[in-house]
Design a protein around this ligand. Sequence first.
Ligand code: 13P
Ligand code: SF4
Length: 366
Amino acid sequence: MSNVAVIEQLSPLSDDECQARIVAARQALGARVVILGHHYQREEVFRHADYSGDSLQLSRWAAQSQADYIIFCGVHFMAEVADILSRPQQIAILPSLAAGCSMADMANLAKVERAWRELTEVLGAADQRVTPVTYINSAADLKAFCGRHGGIVCTSSNARAVLEWSYGRRDKVLFFPDQHLGRNTAYRMGMPLEDMVVWDFELPYGGLTPEQIRAARLILWKGFCSVHQMFRPEHIDRFKQKFPDTLVIAHPEASFEVCQQSDYVGSTEFIVKTIAAAAPGTRWLVGTELNLVNRLHDQFKADGKHVHFMSPTVCMCSTMFRTDPPSLLRVLEGLIEGTVINRITVAERDAEQARLALQRMFDVSV
Ligand code: 13P
Ligand code: SF4
């Protein structure tokens, strides 16, 4: 290779060149590729998505897609779901393998199986007493765990329907990995906080006494989203002192106190739709990831809607941010050259059981 060619390869692409090459590669690949983009993706990536949405919608797009390649601009668990729900010959791709979810990583199979054994010791067969519910933000083997133990997956848009289904079958729920989604949803369904306990996965028996376990109806894994836990009730108080007519909307991964002080609580898609449907002149304080809030701010400015970010500090999903235009370009141009970069695959045994838990979720979701 000549020196000129080496220098050309090493010199970074300008943003504009990168964007232009993504568009060209996308066109060249045509219907062989579908790009799915989560609402938290940065704008420079999000604009290339054929379909965007929250986790539930994106999983539906993945299941319906006819494309050979499903490029998931989101995080690892989302690309796993795409692989699980797509046909065997379809290929799921995650442009950056570093795009994980720190909350999903707070639960793993060894810890959940230990919890299940300990619950069985205290309650008798956990399979008859407890429905395991995993938030879609979890590894595929945890979805498979739920599939084989009569459990189910939920997202932030269907958590209520999923909990109703779960309590229709067994009297307790083990909810992982996000304690906040579980607590906020169950409380809104009318369950008092006294009926819930937090399972500390670092401690034997979750750090709970047998009496606490026996009395609990909802056992909440001690996981959380580091982005959403940054929002505090005092952020709302301070903002409302300045703008008392503000409407507050938060994602259910935010703390109980923040959700209690919010006018609306719901998934990323719910947040988008609610603000889109709001009257001109309304002011919104939004407790979810910064890239989405910035997009809403820009999108609705012209309608006279004021969209503000809830926290005074930057709360960005740093893992979602790892998918950047160069990584998207790399996988697209790789496909043109006949190379699949960053394929995500789930072992068939896990995929089969995870599909069971996902199908139960689709069956209860409207
Ligand atoms: P949604 O399902 O609301 O898109 O949320 C996914 C997520 O990871 C939020 O942090
Ligand atoms: Fe995971 Fe939180 Fe990022 Fe959502 S915002 S993908 S829960 S780390």
